[in-house]
Design a protein around this ligand. Structure first.
Ligand code: C2O
Ligand code: CU
Ligand code: CU
Length: 468
C-alpha cells in the first residue's frame, strides 16, 4: 500500500439523477485522478500510512473498523482531529484477510458524518485469501465485487438530510457503492459479493431472489475473514457495520433473467417504550420502515456461456480455538433508562461518572467471555468491539425469526461461526462472545465497546475500557 492522503471535505457531487448533492467524503488523488471515498487494499503484514486532512469544519477522525490497532491508530473519538489539522495514521495490518472499513468516529457526530458519506472500505489480503481466489478462479474486480450498502435520507433539493439528536436514522434511498437504482450485468457464472452494511441504523435481511425463489448461496466469510468451510444459506441478517463474503452461483440461470438483491421483510422488534408513540416516518419522508421489504439492486443475466465453479469444502485454516477457561467473565446489560437513554450496564458515554474515562480494565493477553444481555423491552442492537475480533460462544432466548437461521450448536447462525467485530443482540436475547485480548502493544491502550446503530452511539451507548 502506498502512503495515502485522505482529505475529509464537503463536496457537491452528482449522485442522484445527476443533480448536486452535498457529500462529505475522504478525497484523494490516485494516479493523478481524483477519487472520493477510495477503496483501500492492503496486505497482511504490510504498513498502512494514511494522513487525514480535516476540512469539514468540525472534529473528525478515521477509525479503522475491525483492525487490531493501537489506540493512537484506532481513530476513535479519543483522538479528535480538529478542522484544519492533519493526523498521520501509520500501522501494520495484523488482521486476517477480509473486508474491513474505515469511517469518521468523532464523539457524538459519528452518525452525522457517516450519513453524509465519510466511510469507505478496506480490503485486507493474505496468502490464504490469494490461494482461495486462485482456486475459485474468480477474479477480483470482475466477479469478486465489493457492495457497500447504505441508505440515505434525501431531502427535497437532492441534499443528504440529517437531524442531529434524532433516533435511528433510516433513509428513503438505498445506495450500492454510492449508486442509486443500481444494477449489474452478470455472466452465467459464480460471483463473490463482499457485502458491507454501512447504514446508520438500518438492518437488512439479505437474500437473492429470482421470481419468487430465494437463490441458495454460500457464506465464505464474515467481519474478520474466511470461515473454515463454506456454509449454505438463503438469507442472513446484516446489521450496520457487519460484512458478509458471499458466493452466489448464477451459472444455471438463463440470459435475460433478473435476480434481485433484496432485503426481506422481518419484524424490527422495536419493543422499547421510547420508540412507541413516535412516528419515525415524520423525519424520514418516503423511507421504508425498518424491517420492510426493500429491493437493493438488480443482477441482469447476460447471454454468456455458463462457467462452472467448484466450491472447495475447506477454504481456510480453522479459527483460533476459544479458551476453555476464560480469565474473566463480564456481563453487559443493555437497557433503556426511564429518560429514554440507551445504557450499557449503568454507563452512558454522555453521563458522569464514567463518561470518557475507561469503565473497566482488561489484562493484555487474557481470554475473556463477555455476556451481552438485552432486555425484552428494547430493540436489536449491533454491538461492536474495537481492537479485538471475537467469536460467538452461544445464544439464548433468540427470537423465532433468528432461531429459524440457526445452523450450529448453542443457537448459532452461519455468521456466528465466523470471526466477528459486530454482533446483533436481539430483544430478550443473551449472547456470549469469546475474546482473545492478545496484542503486541505496551502501556495502556483504550478502546470502545458500543452500539453501531450510530444514533445510539452518539447518544452515549458506548463505553471506554482500558487494556493494560
Ligand atoms: Cu465502526 Cu466504533 O466503529
Ligand atoms: Cu470499530
Ligand atoms: Cu443500539
Amino acid at each position: 500500500a502506498q502512503p495515502v492522503e485522505l482529505t475529509a471535505r464537503v463536496d457537491t457531487l452528482p449522485v442522484f439523477s445527476g443533480r448536486a448533492t452535498n457529500v462529505w467524503n475522504f478525497a484523494t488523488t490516485i494516479d493523478g485522478k481524483h477519487a472520493h471515498d477510495p477503496l483501500l487494499i492492503a496486505r497482511r503484514g504490510q504498513r498502512v500510512e494514511a494522513t487525514l486532512v480535516n476540512r469539514i469544519g468540525q472534529d473528525t477522525t478515521i477509525h479503522w473498523h475491525g483492525l487490531g490497532n493501537d489506540e493512537a491508530n484506532d481513530g476513535s473519538g479519543l483522538h479528535p482531529v480538529r478542522h484544519g489539522e492533519r493526523y498521520r495514521y501509520a500501522y501494520e495490518v495484523r488482521n486476517r484477510a477480509g473486508l474491513y472499513w474505515y469511517h469518521a468516529h468523532p464523539h457524538f457526530h459519528t452518525g452525522e458524518q457517516i450519513h453524509h458519506g465519510l466511510a469507505s472500505l478496506l480490503l485486507v489480503e493474505d496468502d490464504e485469501e490469494l490461494a482461495l481466489r486462485e482456486r475459485l478462479g474468480i477474479p477480483w474486480g470482475e466477479r469478486d465485487i465489493p457492495l457497500l450498502l447504505a441508505d440515505k435520507q434525501l431531502g427535497r433539493n437532492n441534499e443528504i438530510a440529517y437531524k442531529a439528536g434524532a433516533d435511528d436514522w433510516i433513509g428513503n434511498r438505498v445506495l450500492v457503492n454510492w449508486t442509486p437504482e443500481p444494477h449489474l450485468d452478470v455472466d452465467r457464472a459464480a460471483y463473490r459479493l463482499r457485502v458491507a452494511n454501512v447504514s446508520n441504523a438500518r438492518m437488512f435481511k439479505l437474500a437473492f431472489v429470482h421470481g419468487t425463489t430465494l437463490l441458495g448461496h454460500h457464506l465464505l466469510g464474515t467481519d474478520g475473514g474466511l470461515l473454515e468451510r463454506p456454509l449454505a444459506l438463503t438469507q442472513l441478517y446484516l446489521a450496520p457495520a457487519q460484512r458478509a463474503d458471499l458466493l452466489l452461483d448464477l451459472s444455471s440461470l438463463r440470459a435475460g433473467d433478473v435476480v434481485r438483491v433484496r432485503s426481506l421483510a422481518y419484524d424490527p422488534m422495536e419493543n422499547d417504550a421510547a420508540a412507541a408513540g413516535e412516528d419515525p416516518m415524520l423525519e424520514h419522508p418516503g423511507a421504508a420502515p425498518m424491517g420492510a421489504r426493500m429491493d437493493l439492486m438488480e443482477l441482469r443475466v447476460t447471454a454468456n456461456r455458463p462457467a462452472r465453479t467448484a466450491l472447495p469444502s475447506s477454504i481456510a485454516a480453522p479459527l483460533p480455538a476459544m479458551a476453555a477457561k476464560p480469565a474473566a467473565t463480564r456481563t453487559f446489560r443493555i437497557r433503556i433508562s426511564d429518560r429514554g437513554r440507551w445504557m450499557i450496564n449503568d454507563w452512558n458515554f454522555l453521563l458522569a461518572p464514567h463518561a470518557h474515562a475507561p469503565a473497566f480494565t482488561v489484562r493484555r493477553g487474557d481470554h475473556e467471555v463477555w455476556e451481552l444481555v438485552n432486555e425484552f423491552r428494547s430493540m436489536p442492537h449491533p454491538i461492536h468491539l474495537h481492537g479485538f475480533p471475537f467469536r460467538v460462544v452461544d445464544r439464548r432466548n433468540s427470537p423465532s425469526q433468528l432461531r429459524a437461521l440457526v445452523v450450529a450448536s448453542h443457537g448459532r447462525t452461519a455468521q456466528d461461526l465466523g470471526l466477528l467485530d459486530t454482533v446483533v443482540v436481539w430483544p430478550g436475547e443473551r449472547v456470549r462472545i469469546a475474546i482473545d485480548f492478545a496484542q503486541p502493544y505496551t502501556g495502556t491502550q483504550t478502546y470502545m465497546l458500543h452500539c453501531h446503530n450510530l444514533e445510539h452511539e452518539d447518544q452515549g451507548m458506548m463505553v471506554a475500557f482500558a487494556v493494560v
